[in-house]
Design a binder for this molecule. Structure first.
Ligand code: SF4
Ligand code: SF4
Length: 439
């Protein structure tokens, strides 16, 4: 019978991991629909950033309560996955706690004890996260950006994590009770699960304990496969994408805006008395579009940013435009970009290549009112724990409105005309600038 279990285990593993790989490849395809941008410079600085921000959670502790709880969940998930290696070995070979037999007892006890304590810590942390979100109702987790699916997604993740940790604790406790009864090979150290469940479990029959141990083991395993595939539909993709997103982050000085290469080139040609005027109008110097109107006009980095966003709302809660009641929310900007590129991806899946659906990011998802509400203060970028840059997207959308549609607000248009005519934002001639000294 054991070999049937192993076959079922393997079939489920192939199906779960296969589906996960397929979905990740779809996301990769969607991200690469973005425009090329080279971020391969300065690899040592980039790796340091990954270590500090993604591995070391360097920006999370800016908000200590959420930061510490997140740290517990993060460390817990990394270390608890050691247990998963044993689950896979046992599942494939039909063994019981294989490493308990081959590893030195102190090492195995240290590992199982750490996993047991961390499972309980994660369980407490996700419970507190759930309370913050649903009972205390922290404003940034209950704003209108998150109405509907995003709010439900946040709760579902916490519930899945809670159930997975609970199943691990039940499995350990039932296993340990069977070990104490001499039914299973004795190994491992389970300080928390044994403490919580010992009184109840010691009254159970061997059959009941065996069923509980096996059920919890399968539940945890199926939970892992489910979670892996749920990631595709969830904001929780950041547990994978935080690393590449940090590696490819913008290394320029904070707040420095990039220039449009095509415009820079034009201006340089204009200012160079020795320039060949015909060089300015060669085909490659004229971009097909200035700025961004749809998700595929964004760079692949900006699309990777959108898939990495955890919807934590730290950006929105730091945004002066949002705080003063404007329609703009940088978190929503990132969510809109992801929704739109996903929509484009589904269109490609269905039709083989993209068929015009009459929609675009600008207008259908993000309105000019949101775009022009931004003060370009960079607070959202500063606040983001994952080095995501909503401002760069707003700037690119503005560039499209100004350069392709001449649709800037009238105040800006007159300011730009003044700069063009008077070399200053005011409507007075340069020659009159010093008039005040004569008054
Ligand atoms: S840069 Fe714009 S979107 Fe970001 S915080 Fe400032 S006003 Fe808000
Ligand atoms: S952009 Fe960053 S700060 Fe804003 S919601 Fe996403 S992860 Fe949080």
């Amino acid at each position: 019978m054991d070999y049937i279990q192993s076959i079922i285990f393997l079939l489920l593993a192939f199906a779960g991991i296969g589906l996960f790989v397929r979905n990740i490849l779809k996301i990769k395809r969607n991200i690469l629909l973005g425009k090329a941008e080279n971020r391969s410079d300065n690899p040592s600085k980039r790796w340091k950033l990954v270590l500090r921000i993604a591995v070391g959670q360097g920006k999370m502790l800016a908000r200590p309560v959420a930061g510490i709880l997140h740290l517990v969940v993060y460390i817990g998930f990394v270390i608890i996955n050691i247990e998963l290696i044993e689950i896979f070995v046992d599942g494939i070979w039909g063994t019981h706690r294989y490493f308990g037999k081959i590893l030195p007892s102190p090492l195995y006890n240290l590992t199982t004890g750490t996993v047991d304590i961390l499972s309980f810590s994660v369980l407490i942390a996700v419970t507190l996260f759930f309370i913050r979100r649903n009972i205390i109702k922290v404003p940034r987790l209950n704003s209108k950006d998150l109405l509907g699916w995003p709010h439900m997604d946040g709760n579902l993740i916490l519930i899945i994590e809670f159930l997975m940790m609970l199943s691990l604790l039940i499995m350990n406790a039932a296993d340990f009770t069977l070990q104490k009864k001499g039914i299973l090979y004795s190994c491992g150290f389970f300080p928390v699960s044994n403490c919580i469940f010992n009184n109840v479990f010691s009254t159970f029959s061997v059959e009941s304990l065996y069923i509980m141990q096996k059920s919890a083991w399968w539940f945890h395993y199926l939970g892992v496969l489910f979670f892996l595939n749920y990631l595709y539909f969830s904001k929780h993709l950041h547990i994978l994408f935080a690393f590449p997103n940090t590696y490819f982050a913008n290394l320029q000085k904070q707040g420095q805006l990039n220039d449009l290469d095509s415009v820079t080139k034009e201006v340089k040609l204009l200012l160079d008395p020795n320039a060949d005027p015909y060089q300015a109008s060669t085909e490659e110097s004229v971009p097909e579009k200035f700025g961004v109107s749809d998700a595929t006009d964004l760079s692949w980095i900006q699309l990777l940013n959108a898939y990495t966003c955890t919807e934590c709302g730290r950006c929105t809660s730091s945004c002066p435009a949002n705080l003063t009641g404007k329609k703009l929310s940088p978190r929503k900007i990132m969510m809109d970009v992801r929704d739109r590129i996903e929509e484009i991806g589904r269109n490609i899946d269905k039709n083989g290549n993209f068929l015009d659906d009459g929609k675009q990011l600008l207008g259908n998802y993000i309105t000019p009112e949101e775009i022009w509400a931004c003060t370009t203060c960079n607070a959202c970028v500063e606040a983001c724990p994952l080095l995501i840059n909503p401002l760069s997207i707003l700037i690119d959308l503005r560039r499209y409105l100004v350069m392709e549609k001449t649709a800037a607000p009238s105040e800006l248009n007159s300011m730009m005309s003044n700069i063009e005519n008077n070399n200053a934002p005011w409507q007075f001639s340069q020659n009159d600038r010093a008039n005040w000294t004569k008054e």
